[in-house]
Design a protein around this ligand. Sequence first.
Ligand code: AG3
Length: 283
Amino acid sequence: MSKIDLWFGEQYGRENGRYLNIKVDNVLEKLQTPFQEIYVVHSPTFGKILINDGVVMLTEDDEAGYHEMIVHVPLCSHPEPKEVLVIGGGDGGTVRELLKHPQVSKVDVCEIDGEVIEVCRRHFPNLANSFDHKKVHIYLEDGAQFLISRKAQYDIIIIDSTDPIGPGTTLFTEHFYQSIFDSLKEDGIAVSQMESLFWHTGFIQDMFLFLKKIFPVTAYYYTMVPTYPSGMIGFSFCSKKYHPIEDFRPERVAGLSDLKYYHADLHKASFVLPAFAKNDLQI
Ligand code: AG3
């Protein structure tokens, strides 16, 4: 048995005196792309882990709770989700869940870093195989640029991004969300990764100040991911027309295969926020 005791911890968040450490028994791949540093490591507890610029993107063990919730909540709130855009999502987990919906006819994926897709094809085939489906079209472009020439085209836009640091920064601006609004059809829904209620409270508050100006319907819901900061992560639900609870179609859920986390009661429960968030946050 090796005498070296390897542990990984995210530096991001450490300055606030909190830090999650994960035991690692193997580094499977490491590469520097023009955009970021990518690691794939193996953990005895969580299986393979994808780490971009020192930030945990996913682990094999708990990715389902994230990908099912970022996809099925908006799709089961829309009467006919046909044309979908994913911004980011280079691991393929979001696309895998989208393809469980028979109504979906086209999935465009706009990922800035093509190397992420290739790394995930090698190490996470259970996620990245979804890119081979004929409904899926991959564009290796900057998300904000991509939206400029695509107005009123999508029923659903999912922003499956990293944290608001490095290449992810522009995906959390008012200007970007105005473009998202413009690229949705007149009854479209956009959902984005929106950080932790516990660790990023002020950030979420600031985001909702402008999201509420742009979209008639906004809400925050969340999922549990043990390997993300604070063990949970939220999503912003921004919609031109449909409400995530009033327009929810629970009958859709029965048709979804291989669910590990999402179900009809959880869809509704995920919008119920703890008292501190419900009372103090204007979200
Ligand atoms: N998107 C990354 C969520 C951010 C996690 N943050 C963190 N670990 N500090 C997930 C990509 C999976 N498709």
